[in-house]
Design a protein around this ligand. Structure first.
Ligand code: GLU
Length: 549
């Protein structure tokens, strides 16, 4: 019996060859320098910031170079899988505006390099496994859990490296006839790689983010196929990224430790190695020290959090770009209105050690992003958010689009736009006073003004109130009312003789502001009053008067 015979016994159903697959999935014809990237999440139902962090990198690298960005589903681990997990992945990335050119979709898949679900690729993995067996580079291993546990104990006692290698690799040189018999009798086995590596030798790898790395070669006979025939991550990664012609593998730095295995497999199988970009962990400050973001402690790790709180998608992406590329912020300051897709994203500017995630910084970024949006755009976003998370608010907004858009227009468009809004869930509080249904005033009038003066301001102002098309006229009206009641006609007058007056024009307008908006701070009062309209202005002045009285 030779290796070829053994491979036939192990994989009798596999009739195609590696060459057939090479032909089926040829090199892609893409322009020079075009990059092929992918994300390869497992459908666990939990999508976290790290997934998005990597995906933005992949998407930018592919699309800035005229390449391909695709979605592969790594569903080999049934235990970690949840119902609807794939759907969640697709919907989340869609929400964040990341467009896949190929891969799994809601109703199947698209692209010429599929199937893109690993469970559907079993035959492909087995074909390459068969090839390795036929070349004497993979073998069946019958070691039981107990045997492996024994081995671990012995290694611990002797202070030797853990794992299945060298003299511990019991089935490495097992007689083929014996192996064949045990397989034919239905005994379970895993398929192991027969490593040719020697840890005395150093392997050199230039990572796109980490730079030059030297690591010992792998000498572990790692598992390629588990006893149910499903590949391990190591094997599936190498086969898939080769056949799908990925040129850059972007993944978390937790995979760096097993990189020697992957490079060895690429070499042994005669595949061209892809480039790798191992991204740094997302960290956050806790007191004085940095720590990894945790699922248990940090709600902001879950991508669903951003949706619920209503972080605008472009804000989150922008913020991730500031974390990913150290020069993004500078570019943004120089190009405040430019589409972020114009930024020249590069792995060269990526952080080698952990990136510090700071939610306050995200809020600041978001305020800037929202400040330069058109009012209609803000309206659409808020409407959309409220539709899912606040039905009552949604119907108020939907009732009168023009009214809401006018509100969002306040302070927008000029050189220094207002920066009031960071997240959509705070918008209701910000603009609620414009809606009678939401108006719940807190009448905190200026403390230096006596109650009777507040009352007379409210009364007199209401008496003479007219809508003005000019802000100066509006302001003059207010000053006139004030000066008749003993307030200074101008701020200058007040400054010169404060004792002669009950207050300055600012006090008068503050009284009106509190009455109309029910709060001490509001966007430009003149505009607010115009939007609220004559009748409701009068009604609010009356109501404030009654409540103070
Ligand atoms: N399924 C792996 C993960 O979710 C993919 C890693 C990779 O991108 O290769 O971590």
């Amino acid at each position: 019996m030779d290796y070829k015979d053994l491979s036939e016994i192990l994989f009798p159903d596999i009739t195609l060859t590696a060459d057939d697959y090479e032909k089926m999935y040829p090199e892609r014809s893409l322009p020079e320098g075009a990059k092929v990237t992918r994300i390869a999440p497992s459908p666990t139902g939990f999508m976290h910031l790290g997934n998005l962090f990597g995906a933005v990198t992949d998407e930018r690298l592919a699309h800035l170079s005229g390449g391909v960005f695709y979605l592969r589903i790594e569903d080999t681990d049934l235990k970690r899988q949840v119902e609807g997990g794939v759907e969640t992945i697709i919907k989340v990335f869609d929400k964040f505006g990341l467009k896949f050119d190929e891969g799994v979709t809601l109703d199947g898949e698209k692209g010429d390099y599929g199937p893109y679900r690993q469970r559907q690729r079993e035959k492909i993995y087995k074909t390459y496994a068969k090839k390795l067996v036929s070349e004497g580079l993979a073998y069946p291993c019958f070691a039981t859990e107990e045997e492996l546990e024994e081995m671990r104990k012995e290694q611990e006692a002797k202070k030797e490296n853990f794992g299945y290698y060298g003299k511990y690799a019991k089935y490495r040189e097992y007689p083929m006839e014996e192996a064949a018999k045990r397989v034919q009798s239905g005994e379970p086995y895993v398929l192991r790689f027969k490593s040719q590596g020697n840890p005395e030798n150093k392997l050199k790898h230039t990572d796109l983010i980490k730079g030059l790395i030297e690591m010992p070669e792998n000498n572990q006979d790692i598992v390629l196929l588990k006893s149910d025939g499903i590949p391990t991550y190591h094997f599936a990664h190498v086969i898939d990224d080769h056949l799908m012609r990925t040129t850059i593998v972007v993944r978390g730095e937790e995979w760096l430790a097993t990189l020697p295995i992957h490079l060895q497999l690429f070499d042994t199988l005669g595949f061209k190695r892809p480039k790798y970009a191992h991204t740094a962990q997302l960290m956050k400050m806790e007191g004085e020290s940095k720590r990894k973001l945790s699922k248990r402690k940090d709600p902001e790790l879950a991508l669903s959090y951003y949706d619920e709180v209503g972080y605008p998608v472009p804000s989150v992406i922008e913020y991730l770009l500031t974390l990913l590329n150290s020069n993004f912020e500078e570019w943004r300051i120089a190009n405040p209105k430019e589409d972020f897709n114009k930024f020249n994203f590069t792995t060269k500017k990526m952080s080698v050690s952990g990136s510090l995630f700071d939610i306050d910084k995200l809020r600041d970024v978001s305020k800037n992003v929202v400040a330069v949006m058109e009012a209609k755009e803000v309206y659409d976003y808020v409407l959309n958010w409220a539709k899912e998370y606040d039905e009552a608010f949604h119907s108020l907004l939907a009732r009168d689009e023009k009214y809401a858009t006018d509100i969002f227009s306040i302070g927008r468009g000029g050189k220094k736009p207002r920066k009031d809004i960071a997240v959509w869930s705070e918008v209701k509080d910000y603009m609620g006073f414009f809606y009678d249904e939401l108006f719940s005033p807190s009448y905190e009038f200026p403390e230096n003004i006596k109650k009777e003066d507040i009352l007379s301001v409210l009364e007199a102002y209401k008496e003479g109130y007219r809508e003005c098309d000019d802000m100066n006229d509006w302001f003059n009206d207010m000053c006139t009312v004030g000066s008749k009641l003993g307030f200074a006609p101008t701020t200058k007058d007040y400054k010169e003789n404060p004792d002669m007056y009950k207050g300055n024009p600012g006090d008068v307008s503050q009284v009106i502001r509190v009455a109309i908006t029910g709060r001490q701070n509001s966007p430009d009062l003149y505009t607010c009053m115009k939007i609220i309209g004559y009748d409701r202005v009068i009604a609010r002045l009356t109501r404030a008067y009654e409540e103070v009285k």
